[in-house]
Design a protein around this ligand. Structure first.
Ligand SMILES: [Zn+2]
Length: 368
């Protein structure tokens, strides 16, 4: 009897222990599940994109005013999410007032000078293109001049379009209207310089900007077209040594959206002796064209009469071989077919850093 009572007692005790253990296990499981759940929720709150929703990272960071004309590549950030909103802001191509590229915030030093001196938003979304085959861009420096109208007559005759890089000095001599005529006839007018005095313009970034701004305003007011591109007097590595100042000037002009063109072929008319010899100018230019040079250097000032004589042979002959003469419009990649090797790395880097320009696929391959 006593044994039965004792067994019943042990049975009840075992059942109680079993129930208690089961309850404890269930409670433990519930606690673990709850902890895991809380950790996941916290993780989600800290990283709202969860690592796989990168496409949304920048949607709130790119300014609403970003123009449609800017391609996703130049707009900067959707493919490579950056870690901070600030970085996205500075990497984006933003349209400022009057259709110009935006100046940017918190500028100091020379970057803060001439707040209106910014180029129009680049054409083609800033996607720079390699030259088409058999396309030649004749460029004429230092005009307008007494030789501009005779040159325009030859160009009219063959329906050829070219680019003028003008200076200000001739304008005081009554050649101002010719600058407008060039634009009206479908040629391009870019900035060369206001003073064209190397010692002044290359002495500092401030001095270069001061000269550039004067010529920019002059061309804009006379022709009604704001220039998008320019040519350095003497070329980007000419007019003195390429030093820190020149590097800063190149970077600053690209930052403001102005690209520059040197040349990869030359008529040779910069040399006073060659300039007198139409045969040599013809031979030099045709050689350059046949070597697939695209941007040819010529001049349009007093003493360059033979250049026009040479063109009367060059243009029809090249046209009969299938070449076309076009005006620059700011979409041609300035790094392609480039002869100024000293400044080329500076230009490539400045374009690469700019959210407004993308170099051509050909140049990307070349510069890796
Ligand atoms: Zn010049």
């Amino acid at each position: 009897m006593a044994n039965k009572v004792q067994r019943d007692y042990h049975d009840r005790r075992r059942k109680k222990l079993l129930i208690r253990r089961t309850v404890m296990i269930v409670v433990c499981v519930v606690i673990v599940v709850a902890i895991v759940g809380i950790v996941l929720v916290i993780n989600k709150l800290v990283q709202p994109n969860g690592g796989d929703a990168a496409a949304n990272v920048d949607s709130g960071s790119i300014p609403v005013s970003q123009p449609e004309s800017i391609s996703s590549e130049t707009a900067g950030s959707s493919e490579e999410p950056t870690s901070s909103d600030d970085a996205v802001q500075t990497a984006a191509a933003v349209e400022g007032k009057d259709g110009k590229i935006a100046a940017g915030d918190n500028l100091t030093g020379y970057e803060a000078l001439y707040p209106d001196l910014y180029a129009q938003m680049p054409l083609n979304g800033g996607k720079l293109k390699a030259p088409e085959s058999k396309t030649v861009y004749l460029t004429f420096d230092d005009g307008p001049s007494v030789l501009t109208q005779p040159l325009l007559d030859v160009l009219d005759q063959y329906q050829a379009k070219v680019t003028f890089f003008d200076t200000a000095q001739p304008l005081t001599n009554g050649y101002q209207d010719l600058m407008k005529t060039c634009v009206e006839k479908g040629h391009a007018v870019g900035i060369h310089s206001y003073s064209h005095i190397y010692a002044n313009i290359y002495s500092s970034v401030e001095a270069y900007l001061d000269d550039f701004n004067q010529m920019y305003e002059k061309i804009k007011s006379v022709t009604g077209v704001a220039p998008r591109f320019f040519r350095f007097p003497g070329g980007s590595n000419g007019g003195g040594k390429v030093n820190e100042t020149r590097e800063k000037i190149i970077k600053e002009m690209i930052r403001r959206g102005f690209i520059y063109y040197d040349w990869d072929g030359s008529s040779g008319d910069a040399n006073a002796d060659i300039a007198k010899n139409a045969d040599t100018l013809y031979t030099n230019t045709m050689k350059a064209i046949h070597k697939d040079c695209n941007i040819i250097l010529m001049h349009n000032i007093n003493g360059k009469e033979a250049t026009i004589e040479a063109l009367k042979r060059i243009i029809p002959e090249a046209q009969s071989e299938g070449y076309t003469f076009k005006a620059l419009d700011g979409t041609l990649d300035p790094t392609h077919g480039y002869c100024m090797h000293e400044t080329l790395p500076i230009l490539v880097k400045a374009l690469d850093d700019s959210p407004y320009f993308t170099v051509s696929d050909e140049s990307k391959k070349k510069f890796g």
